[in-house]
Design a protein around this ligand. Sequence first.
Ligand SMILES: [Zn+2]
Ligand SMILES: [Zn+2]
Length: 625
Amino acid sequence: MVSGTDMHGTPITLAAEREGVEPGGLAERFHGRIKKTMEDVGISYDLYTKTSTDEHAETAQKFFNRLKEGGYVYEGEMLLAYCPEHGSFLPDRYVEGTCPRCGFESARGDQCDECGLTLDPEDLEEPRCALDGAEPVFRERNHFFFRLSAFQDDLESWVEEKKGLWRPNVYGQTATWLREGLEDRPISRDMEYGVPIPEDERVLYVWFEAVMGYVSATKMYFSERGEPKGWGDHWQDPDAETYYFIAKDNIPFHTVLWPAMLMGHGDLNLPTDVPANEYLNLEGTQFSTSRGHAIWVDDFLRKFHPDQLRYAVASVMPERRDSNFTLHDFKRLVNDELVATYGNFVHRVLTMIHREYGEIPEPGEFDEGDEQFLAAGDSPGLIETLGTRASDEIKEKRFREALDAVMVLARRGNQYLNETQPWKQEGERKATTLYVAAGIVRALSVFSEPFLPHSAREVWRQLGLEGEPERWEEAVEPLEPGTGMPEPEPPFDTVYDEDLEPWSGVEEDPDRGDGDGGVGVERISFDEFQSMDLRVGEVLEAEEVAGSDGLLRLLVDIGEEERQVVAGLRKLYGPEDLVGRQVVVLANIEAAEIFGVRSDGMLLAAGEGRLLEPDGDVSVGSRVR
Ligand SMILES: [Zn+2]
Ligand SMILES: [Zn+2]
């Protein structure tokens, strides 16, 4: 797990120019802050470095030379924005103007942040210099180009293989890029700050050089360990897999440009997956440091525990679409879930055990209630089942689902205590209940460690266990009775309104956007709910919509009539899985044309598109209430 700070990003040089300081020093300052914030919040890398190291420059220069020797880099003329006011060529980001697609007035010369369109400065309407507002003139200039167009076919077939494997947003954005046709891109800039081009006075364009940081960071990690050849196990072994955790504005750089560079290099692995997140908004609108619409992590951590923040952010993580962080949700998620469910269970169990025994008690015979958690006979038990679910979800990069599995275990633990009421039990029965409960606490510590590393370790310590909650197998092994325990303390604090006072300004944004699955839920009235005509239907026919990406055309009997519905279900269901099956249809929604086929109703589904169906015998046409 390596990463680093992009030291040469244009925002840095732009900010340095505005502040009148050296970009290197400013970048160094940001790097220090970023690194410290990551440490404080518990994000641990094997190596977190920066792109201003000699090793990185050397890697990037060698990469450049190799592409050049392969014929993938050439010199050519390009039109560049030049500011007559301050007398220099302008990097793309130094040019601002109106987006030709959506009309956003503060689009940058490389991209429109509003609609995501990739731009060149000359595409902008009413362009202006970001430093002084002057209108730039466009002049011809010689630069190095990367022959991206040469990789169109190879990229298309490679990306085609990723269909269904990559997140739909990642695949979709990439496919759009490829459909629009790839053009060669400039890779040099008229600047002094950056990675110098060998035998030239210019520097490498930052987009081209920063992505190579993944390779240089891996090399640095292994040379620091005294294994200078170890990096090849990750980049050259055909069995090695590489994952890039980024945000959506970086998708094409990691699914088109970087893979093309790797193909041109010819000796390095292509990305296995790029599980990019969408945007996390704040109180309904984009974070904006310039408008002060932001929460600084270091400020926030002065008041709150990092795991409180981690829990709230992991719960609303924008895995599939933009989501929303609000102070209200932060308080609710911490108090109603983290404290009330996880913390409460752990603290109840540890307090009872500590008071009654001072150590994990010796269990007696397990009854049925105990065995729902422990492996017994053919059943692996809930601890293992939920642990496997969490681990499978992590492997599939569905982190919210994984966290949900952990919280299900905490809820089941509370239920178990409420049903068994160990405070009323006695003797061996009581010891057995608390022994099982301690096993659940240990499993929670292990399974929650990726999400809540600090408190997971704290809970582990409070159980009186040695080492750290690292091995998932350990969660299902029988717990050793008789280890002593320290005095337990509640693992999480409650959040009070007054704690949030310093950030109340961020709430004032009136433009509260839509939330994402369960957070910031917009409420409808009971009448509005009643107005939805939901009916149980039976699928009579199902077939793929020719040429579409995952659409099925269904004919559904909803009692009084038959309806044609088009739904994106192909990922989970084949047509043959659906015929004869009961589904829930929203019958009074306006008909729409989808992929040229009329769709007269919608089906209810959850998660990735799993259809809801009645639990038991219900006649076709029944209203769902
Ligand atoms: Zn200017
Ligand atoms: Zn736009």
